[in-house]
Design a binder for this molecule. Structure first.
Ligand code: FMN
Length: 168
């Protein structure tokens, strides 16, 4: 059975709710779900497949618990690991910094040697700019519970379907 870990950082509970939903949808996998505020860098290396989720706060800032964890993440050896990213944001109130937090984790895991999987086209999202867009696609799955919560489930289903093959 595939061992997958999901680590999330969440300030008001939206990212946490989505992380639980992802765990429920990863049927047939052995899923470890944890808040990044309780994680140690050694935990990450126990899994070959990792999913990291963050929200974005301030003006394009990664969620606080992730901000504290990033220095530890940057020291982890993630060579040979596949990493998928998701991020919660608000594209209408913060159109120029939409889900920017994803980009901070992306930059860190790339430097640690990970292979990032689960890129998502920008179609259907309302935003102007995002550091999480590289080469025209989001480097992870953006979710906008503030304005597009009706699309969250279908976005999750499509993304997880793709991840299952990336993680196999
Ligand atoms: C003060 C404040 C600042 C925010 N800044 C951003 C931002 O820069 N970019 C963005 O995409 N979303 C921003 N958001 C939206 C949150 O990321 C969004 O509500 C998210 O669902 C919160 O998730 P959480 O409860 O897991 O922390 C902001 C929200 C608030 C209240």
């Amino acid at each position: 059975m595939k061992k997958i870990a999901i680590f999330y950082g969440s300030s008001t509970g939206n990212t946490k709710t989505v992380a639980h939903s992802i765990a429920d949808k990863l049927t047939g996998c052995d899923v470890h779900l944890a808040d990044i505020s309780n994680a140690a860098a050694e935990h990450l290396t126990e899994f070959s497949c990792l999913i990291f989720g963050t929200s974005t706060w301030g003006y394009g800032d990664i969620q606080d618990d992730w901000e504290s964890f990033l220095p530890k993440l940057k020291k982890a050896d993630l060579n040979g690991k596949r990493v998928a990213l998701f991020g919660l944001g608000d594209g209408e109130s913060y159109p120029d910094t939409f889900v920017d937090g994803i980009a901070d984790i992306y930059d860190a895991v790339l430097k640690c040697g990970a292979q990032v999987v689960g890129q998502v086209p920008t179609d259907g999202y309302n935003f102007s700019e995002s550091r999480a867009v590289k080469d025209g696609v989001f480097v992870g799955l953006p979710l906008d519970e503030d304005n597009q919560s009706n699309l969250t489930n279908q976005r999750l289903e499509a993304w997880i379907g793709e991840l299952k093959s990336c993680f196999s």
